[in-house]
Design a protein around this ligand. Structure first.
Ligand code: HEC
Ligand code: HEC
Length: 339
C-alpha cells in the first residue's frame, strides 16, 4: 500500500474509532443523567409505600386510572399521584397542565401477581419541563425497591422487561418538554366513584382553571374507544413535532383539546384514514384503509411483534394486544371511504 493510501486508511480508522467512542460516551451520559438525577436512590425515600397507598393512608395522595390505558403485555398497573398541600395544578392550557413543584406520580407494575417494578415521575422544579423519571425494582432479599440505571429483562421470574430509564423520554417528552401522559384533561375521567376525576380535582380546589365541560372524544362508542386507544398507545410518539418519530412520518394519532369538535377534526381522521405512508411496507398502501384492516399499515404493524422492525409500539411490549387489535379491526371495518 502506498504511503498516501496508508494515511487515508489511518484517518478513516481514526474517524470510525472516534465515532464509536463518541456514541458509547453519549449512551453513558444518558444512563448517568437518569441515574444521578434528583429522584432518590430507594423507593421508600420518595415517600411511597404501596400498602399505605392502597389503604388511603398517604397524605395528599390519590389513586387514579387513565380512561385509555397503555398496553403493557397484560401487566396490572396501579397509579397514585401526590400533590403537595397548598398547591394547585396550573390548568390554563388544557393540553399542557403544569404541576406544582414536589408533585410525584407512581405507577406500580404487577405481572402474573408478582410486583415487578414501580415507576415514578417527580416534578423537582417549577418549570413545566422539570420532571425527573425513575424506575425502582424490588430486591428479592430485602424487599426494598432500588433505583435502576439500566434496562432489565425477564425480572422476578416473569416475562416482564423493565425499560431503560433513558427510554422513558421517548414517550414522556414532547419536543424538549417532559410530561405525564395519564393525568391529563383527556385521559382523566370527568366523574368517577373509584378513582380521581376532574370533578374531584375541582372539588378539592386543585386546579387553577376548572373546566366547565368534559373533554369528550367525538363519535359513537366504538369510534371513541378506537380514538382513545390510539391516543394512549400510539399518540405518545405519533404527534406533530415529535422528535422521536420525526416529521418525515406524517402520521399523528394523539388527541388534543382543540381537536374534539367532531371526528373529522381529530388527527387520526386528518392524517391516517386514506393517507399514504412515508415508507410503505407489508404490501399496504395506506395507514388506515376504510373497510380493509388487512390493507391498513397501522393495523398491520400493531398486530406484529418481531425483530424485523415492524412491530408497533417499537418498545415496552413483546405480546400483541389481542383486544386492542380486535377493537381497531372492528372500527376499521365500520369506516366509510372518505370522499
Ligand atoms: C412506550 C411508551 C412509554 C414508555 C417507554 C414509558 N411510558 Fe410511562 N406511560 C405511558 C403512557 C401512555 C402512560 C399513560 C397511560 C397508562 O398509564 O396506562 C404512562 C404513564 C406513566 C405514569 C403515570 C403518570 C402518567 O403519566 O399518567 C408514570 C409514573 C410513568 N408512566 C413513568 C414512566 C417511567 C419512569 C418510564 C421509564 C422507565 C416510562 N413511564 C416509560 C407511556 C410510556
Ligand atoms: C415509542 C414510540 C412509538 C409508539 C408508542 C408507536 N410508534 Fe409507530 N413509529 C415509531 C417510530 C420511531 C416510527 C418510524 C420508524 C419505523 O417506521 O419503524 C414509527 C412508524 C410507524 C408507522 C410507519 C409510518 C410510515 O409512514 O412509514 C406506522 C404505520 C406506525 N408507526 C403505527 C403505529 C401504531 C398503530 C401505534 C400504536 C399501536 C404506534 N405506531 C405506536 C414510534 C412509535
Amino acid at each position: 500500500m502506498s504511503r498516501v493510501g496508508r494515511r487515508v486508511l489511518q484517518a478513516v480508522l481514526l474517524g470510525i474509532g472516534l465515532t464509536v467512542a463518541g456514541y458509547v460516551a453519549w449512551q453513558w451520559i444518558r444512563v448517568l443523567q437518569f441515574y444521578l438525577g434528583p429522584s432518590e436512590a430507594s423507593l421508600s425515600e420518595t415517600g411511597f409505600d404501596w400498602d399505605a397507598a392502597q389503604n388511603g393512608q398517604l397524605p395528599n395522595t390519590y389513586p387514579f386510572a387513565p380512561s385509555y390505558p397503555f398496553w403493557s403485555d397484560g401487566a396490572r398497573k396501579d397509579r397514585y399521584i401526590h400533590i403537595p398541600p397548598g398547591t394547585r395544578i396550573d390548568t390554563t392550557e388544557p393540553d399542557r397542565w403544569n404541576f406544582p413543584e414536589g408533585t410525584r406520580i407512581w405507577k406500580v407494575f404487577e405481572r402474573d401477581g408478582v410486583l415487578v417494578e414501580t415507576r415514578m415521575l417527580y416534578k423537582h422544579g417549577p418549570e413545566p419541563w422539570a420532571w425527573d423519571m425513575a424506575v425502582y425494582q424490588p430486591d428479592g432479599e430485602t424487599g426494598a425497591s432500588r433505583k435502576l440505571a439500566l434496562a432489565k429483562e425477564n425480572v422476578s421470574g416473569t416475562a416482564h422487561d423493565i425499560p431503560a430509564p433513558s427510554d422513558c423520554v421517548t414517550c414522556h417528552s414532547s419536543g424538549e418538554q417532559r410530561r405525564p401522559l395519564g393525568v391529563t384533561a383527556i385521559q382523566l375521567p370527568w366523574s368517577n366513584q373509584d378513582s380521581l376525576s376532574i370533578q374531584d380535582l375541582t372539588g378539592m380546589d386543585l386546579l387553577t382553571n376548572s373546566p366547565d365541560r368534559p373533554f369528550d372524544i367525538p363519535g359513537d362508542d366504538l369510534t371513541r374507544a378506537a380514538l382513545g386507544y390510539l391516543h394512549s398507545n400510539c399518540g405518545s410518539c405519533h404527534y406533530e413535532g415529535s422528535t422521536f418519530v420525526t416529521d418525515k412520518v406524517p402520521l399523528f394519532m394523539n388527541l388534543t383539546a382543540g381537536t374534539l369538535a367532531d371526528v373529522q377534526a381529530t388527527e387520526v381522521y386528518r392524517t391516517a384514514i386514506g393517507h399514504e405512508p412515508h415508507l410503505p411496507g407489508l404490501g399496504t398502501e395506506v395507514y388506515i384503509n376504510p373497510g380493509a384492516p388487512d390493507d391498513s399499515f397501522a393495523w398491520r404493524r400493531m398486530s406484529i411483534r418481531d425483530d424485523g422492525g415492524w412491530q408497533m409500539p417499537p418498545l415496552a411490549t413483546e405480546v400483541v394486544d389481542r383486544e386492542g387489535v380486535a377493537l381497531i379491526e372492528q372500527w376499521i371495518l365500520g369506516l366509510e371511504d372518505p370522499d
